[in-house]
Design a protein around this ligand. Structure first.
Ligand code: FES
Length: 543
């Protein structure tokens, strides 16, 4: 059993408590400058950290909220109703974690954060010295690492061929030539989450043809990692769903534990692997990747404030913030060795040239340089495909140059060609599907998507790859207040977007959809937006 600890994060004296006003109060702890929100009503007090569940942004008062119950995130405008601790934008989505409010004698109070004991501290193992060559970590591509741990080979998140996110992301690095043998010869595979740069069906197809019974381990997320397995026609017969926070023994010296993400517990996970008492933490996407950029938007926004110079500044700021965040996180964790990964992708398809050129990213070397400056005691590794970290050597003497083995001299590091035709043609085959001869598909599709009761009108224009209107493509309005499809914008005041959607990807998504059984995408418009921005690389105009 794990025990729970309570930490006091903020104390207020009687005078400060008396001066709390009805509604939302913002408070800062003068000792560590951390911020909190206290909501006061006739029913009492509720409190939470002033930290957005999305990406940790800071909340401020929401001036559009006349009831004084809602706060708005300064980063991407999510809204939280602090009287219920429910996020109201995106609607029907997350709950904010609450703090305990404890009244003190004399009229003061304190806010308590309840923390269960870290599960990986349970059942500790003796730390034994590693021999050179006993634990070797080989970088393959993006988030795919191979761990040789004694006699066992463990492989993480194999994305080794094909694109991710429809045709949006392609591998930056050329995987080692023997990637298929390494994948199919592994003893076990961990897949962190459902995103296609981690769960890659083109890669798993190769695996299923040679080794359909490969033991694959995933976390017990409420949105199943393999939600698309049946439709993908990839046959894998040994997928194991593992409970969170419990050691899974592989052999006498090796065990692993899958943990849920704090921000997206419904779908994201990370893993700790322990061998002879040494821990390797693979955070995957749980603390965001290092590359940053604009995550696909707003590079494709246009109109209003979204000029090229605004976007350039936005991306620059975001990258800098991310770099500092990652460096401070690594510094606080104090690992012996750190390696940035899971950010090695490129928008390589010619139709995405504008995004590739403008959505600049941090390099792993930039991050490691910052860590070296702030925490020189941590050994950093900037991996190249096929390079190997020998943990036994690195732990004995971090300055030992033999601890990292470079890939063979003739190794091609960066990819310079991708099989666009093979994958993009499949998507474009959706354009001529029968249903698109009937305009009724529009009503059917948006009714299925399930987002309504929102004062928003969207004009959707089907385009070619260059965002020019597609010949005989659809160009229609959707009024999300009552899910109607008017010929003109309504007279009432409303928010308005124009989306230029590439016809091939749009129709492919409409045809293939996203699984609704079980109904895993109840985030409604968040789903719709995510799909439109990230998958379709839509052009968005605000007016
Ligand atoms: S961090 Fe709050 S909305 Fe993104």
């Amino acid at each position: 059993m794990t025990s729970q600890t309570a930490k006091v994060v903020l104390s207020l004296d009687a005078h400060a408590v008396d001066s709390l006003k009805d509604g939302v109060n913002f408070k800062k702890n003068p000792e560590d400058s951390k911020c909190y929100i206290i909501y006061k009503s006739e029913e009492g007090l509720r409190a939470c950290k002033n930290q957005c569940k999305h990406q940790g942004g800071l909340f401020i008062k929401d001036i559009e909220d006349l009831d004084g119950k809602t706060v708005k995130c300064t980063k991407h405008n999510w809204k939280l109703n602090v009287s219920t601790m429910k996020y109201v934008n995106p609607p029907d989505s997350f709950m904010q974690d609450e703090l305990e409010v404890e009244a003190l004698e004399g009229g003061g109070l304190q806010l308590l954060e309840l923390d269960p004991e870290d599960p990986w501290l349970e059942d500790p193992r003796e730390t034994l010295e590693l021999q050179p060559g006993e634990v070797q970590v080989t970088y393959l591509t993006h988030a795919c690492m191979e761990l040789q741990l004694g006699s066992c080979r463990f492989l993480f998140d194999p994305w080794l061929q094909g694109p991710a996110f429809a045709q949006g992301w392609w591998l930056l690095h050329e995987p080692p030539a023997d990637w298929s043998d390494r994948l199919c010869g592994a003893d076990l595979v961990y897949i962190s989450h459902m995103h296609s740069d981690h769960l890659s069906y083109p890669t798993l197809k190769v695996l299923s043809e040679r080794r359909p019974d490969m033991p694959i381990y995933v976390g017990d997320t409420s949105r199943p990692v393999f939600w698309y397995l049946e439709r993908s026609e990839v046959k894998l017969t040994n997928i194991n769903v593992v409970p969170f926070g419990t050691w899974q023994n592989v052999d006498e010296h090796l065990r692993y534990m899958i943990l849920m993400d704090g921000v997206h517990p419904e779908m994201d996970t990370c893993i700790i692997v322990q061998y002879k008492g040494h821990m390797i933490l693979n955070t995957v996407d749980c603390t965001s990747d290092f590359a940053g950029g604009a995550s696909g938007f707003p590079m494709t926004f246009y109109g209003g404030k979204y000029t090229d110079s605004w976007k350039a500044q936005f991306v620059k700021n975001e990258r800098k913030k991310l770099l500092n965040y990652k460096a401070s996180l690594v510094k606080s964790l104090q690992p012996k060795v750190y390696c940035p990964f899971a950010g090695y992708f490129v928008e390589a398809h010619p139709s995405d040239r504008y995004i590739k050129e403008t959505n600049t990213k941090n390099s792993a070397a930039d991050l490691n340089a910052l860590i070296n400056k702030q925490a020189p005691e941590i050994k950093t590794w900037t991996p190249q495909p096929g390079a190997v970290l020998d943990l036994g050597l690195a732990l004995r003497d971090p300055s030992d140059s033999r601890a990292v083995r470079a890939p063979p001299a003739d190794t091609k590091v960066l990819k310079d060609n991708w099989d666009f035709g093979l994958y993009v043609n499949e998507q474009n085959s959706a354009i001529g599907a029968d249903i698109f001869t009937y305009p009724e598909w529009i009503q059917f599709y948006y009714t299925w998507a399930g987002f309504d009761n929102y004062n928003l009108v969207v004009r959707v224009i089907e385009t070619d790859d260059n965002f020019q209107p597609f010949p005989n493509g659809f160009d229609y309005l959707v009024d999300f207040s009552d899910l109607t499809f008017p010929a003109e914008r309504p007279d009432r005041e409303h928010s308005y977007l124009e989306l230029k959607n590439r016809v091939g990807v749009m129709r492919w998504v409409v045809l293939n959809g996203i699984s609704r059984d079980p109904d895993i995408y109840h985030h409604k418009y968040f789903f719709l937006k995510f799909m439109q921005f990230l998958y379709l690389k839509s052009l968005v105009a605000l007016g």
